[in-house]
Design a protein around this ligand. Structure first.
Ligand code: HEM
Length: 76
């Protein structure tokens, strides 16, 4: 079901590498659904403008997946 709402555990958390988590842990935990929910709009803004991750931008598909998760209510 390509249009099903993505889930944090299956779809979103795997987008964040250990390096991403370690780099950002002072601001938020990218492996925590609660933290990513709380900062969802700034995280989405950073990946869609390409400023984060600092070593290369996400694909449009991954950015769109994050958008669908946010718009779908950010389920675990
Ligand atoms: C998908 C992975 C990542 C996400 C979603 C993310 C997200 C963010 C967000 C939302 C901010 C707040 C400022 C802004 O909007 O630009 C930020 C700041 C920052 N990030 Fe990341 N980040 C990621 C990966 C990384 C990596 C891999 C590094 C470095 C090796 C990094 C280094 C930094 C630094 C140094 C800041 C502070 C910038 C400042 O103080 O102006 N981030 N990140």
């Amino acid at each position: 079901m390509p249009d099903a709402t993505p889930s944090f555990d299956a779809d979103i958390r795997p987008l964040f590498r250990e390096k991403d988590r370690d780099s950002m842990i002072r601001m938020f935990d990218l492996w925590s659904a609660d933290d990513v929910r709380a900062h969802a709009e700034s995280i989405h803004a950073a990946v869609s403008r390409g400023s984060m991750p600092c070593d290369g931008p996400w694909s449009e598909a991954d950015t769109a997946l994050l958008r669908r998760w946010i718009d779908g209510g950010s389920p675990a």
